[in-house]
Structure formats: structure tokens, C-alpha cells
Design a binder for this molecule. Sequence first.
Ligand SMILES: Cc1cc2nc3c(=O)[nH]c(=O)nc-3n(C[C@H](O)[C@H](O)[C@H](O)COP(=O)(O)O)c2cc1C
Length: 336
Amino acid sequence: MNKNILLCVSGGIAVYKAVALVSKLSQAGATVKVIMTESARQFVNPLSFQVMSKNDVYFDTFDEKDSSVIAHIDLADWADLILVAPATANVIGKLANGIADDMVTTTLLAATAPVWIAPAMNVHMYDHPAVKRNLARLAEDGYRFIEPSEGFLACGYIGKGRLEEPEKITALVLDYFSPKVKPLAGKTVLVTKGACSVTLDDKHVISTKANGELGKAIATKASSLGAHVQVIGEGIHDAYALVEEVESYKQQYPNPILIHVANMPSVEHTPKVSVEQTALAVTFGQQIIGEASFNVESTGWIEMSNEAIINGQVVDPKDGAQFAEALWSYLLEGGI
Ligand SMILES: Cc1cc2nc3c(=O)[nH]c(=O)nc-3n(C[C@H](O)[C@H](O)[C@H](O)COP(=O)(O)O)c2cc1C
């Protein structure tokens, strides 16, 4: 792998694993440069990263080692891929909010290369609504995640929050750069997700319940299959606003694959809104009773209650990853 990997290390207990990650990436043929936050330096001395990467380690935005360039811009431009591993709740929050107050976050905002974020933290931190909100925002901004694994955490808890193993991260990077053509390369996938409401009159709305997890899993899978993905629906509750947004993306990206996972309310006399003329659309959920609020010309309708059947396979919609896997295999088998 003849690629430049920029590793941004933030201050969690898993920093020691990032040293092994540099070693694995280097062995796989990558050139690795490392930026550390101040907190990360509390856990491991930069010298370890310097020795493993055989490159200078960066941690001070204002320490310009080469006077002919500005280090954070130069590093951002140099990278073919940027990994944030481990990514603390703090660095995730800063990136989601556009804060650039140290070398890691300043470089991340200057980057145009793909950025993969590998969160690692205490299970309660990972479950905190603020962290979830920030992760959802980053997903919308196009960041990819290396999900933490479950297991024994350094804080004594057992749960999700362990940094993925360096071997696994290296395998993902190798796979990403392998020359094979990804099946959804060159395609745009629009995924609607979450709950929606429709106003009935000036005192009433009808709304559905949905947490958006399924849409997120389907979008993540599409992205890993090489698609350009736009997730529509974060923070949009009004059904018509969502449909308008779908329409505007369709202007921007002709012939998208529309995966309509947003949970639309259905009610008699709801005016019909159409998102037709999409090359392929798949829609989920309840059959609409009465006049449709959202009419998708769909080659596939996936009925869902506690379980869904995709291509004869029974899948659990609560297991987003499994569901997304089954859905994309089915669609790809169909030759989209
Ligand atoms: C022993 C110890 C372990 C920590 N582990 C984590 C961790 O795994 N994940 C995390 O998000 N924060 C962890 N923290 C808290 C962060 O270090 C703290 O939020 C810090 O401000 C993060 O700064 P940074 O994001 O700039 O690196 C830990 C703190 C200590 C003292």
C-alpha cells in the first residue's frame, strides 16, 4: 500500500493501541505521520510514535518545523487518508461543531482527504445523547466510522467503547485502497431516515416514532460499497420539508438510488407529495392508508413490523448492520 496515512491521536486510554496501529500500517507499506493532542501525550510519549512512524510527530499548531509551509495545511494536503484513532468524545464534539483549537482539530478542518473516526471511550460516554448527536452530525457530514467493539473497558465496565484492534483497522485501510472497483462506485444513494410529522391544522400534528438507526446503517453500508451517500432527514421533522429536500438532491444528482427509510405519517386527506422518476427507489414501513403523503415510485416495497423479509431472508430491522447487509446484497444481485 503506497499511501500516506495521517493518524490523529486523541487522549484516551487506547492511545497505546495507536502505537501498534502505526506499526501495522507501516508494515503494510503505508507512510504514516502522527499528530497528537495534548491529552494524548499524557498517555504515550510522542517518541514512541516517532520511532514507529520514522517521521516527526506533530502536536503544536504554532511549531512550524518547515518555514516553507504551514504544517497543518501541508499535513492535511499530504494525506491520502486520515484516521482519528482513538477519537475521544471531546475531539468528536469539536469536529462536529467546527472547532479548531489544537493541531489535530485544525488539521481535520483543513482536510479534503477522507477522514475515518474510531471512537473509543467509556460505554456511558458513548451512549451520552450529546456524543450520539455529534456522531450523527459527523455521519451527515460524510465522515466514516470504525465502530468501537464490545468488551472489557479500561474503566472497569463491559460494553461498547473499545478501540477496534489495529490489525482490523489496517485490514479496512488495505481494503479501501485495494484496486477492485466497488459495486456502488459512481452512484449516488439518497437515504431518508428518522421520524416525520405532518401538520393537520393549526393545533394538531400527526407524527411517527423512529430513531433513524436503520437509515444510518443503510447509508454506512452504501458508503463502504463505494457510493456517494447523502443522508436526508437529520433534524427534519416536517414531512414536506423532507420531500422538498429529496427533490432538491435529485436536481443535484440525477438518477440517484433512493432508499426511503424515513417513517412518514399517514393520514386521510394528507395531500399527495411525489418523489417519482427516480431510477431506483425502495421504501419501507407501513402501507399508507388513505391518500399518500409521500409517494415513491418503487421497484421494491419492504414491509416491516418486528421483522422484514428481504429476498426470502428474514431479518431483524433492529439489527441495522445485518439489515443493511441483506438489503444491499439483494439490490446488487438485482443489478442496480
Ligand atoms: C485515565 C483516563 C482515561 C481516559 N480515557 C478516555 C477515553 O477512552 N475516551 C475519551 O473520550 N476520553 C477519555 N478520557 C478523557 C479525555 O482525556 C479528556 O476528555 C480530554 O479532554 C480529551 O482531550 P483530547 O480530545 O484533546 O485528546 C480519559 C481521561 C483519563 C484521565
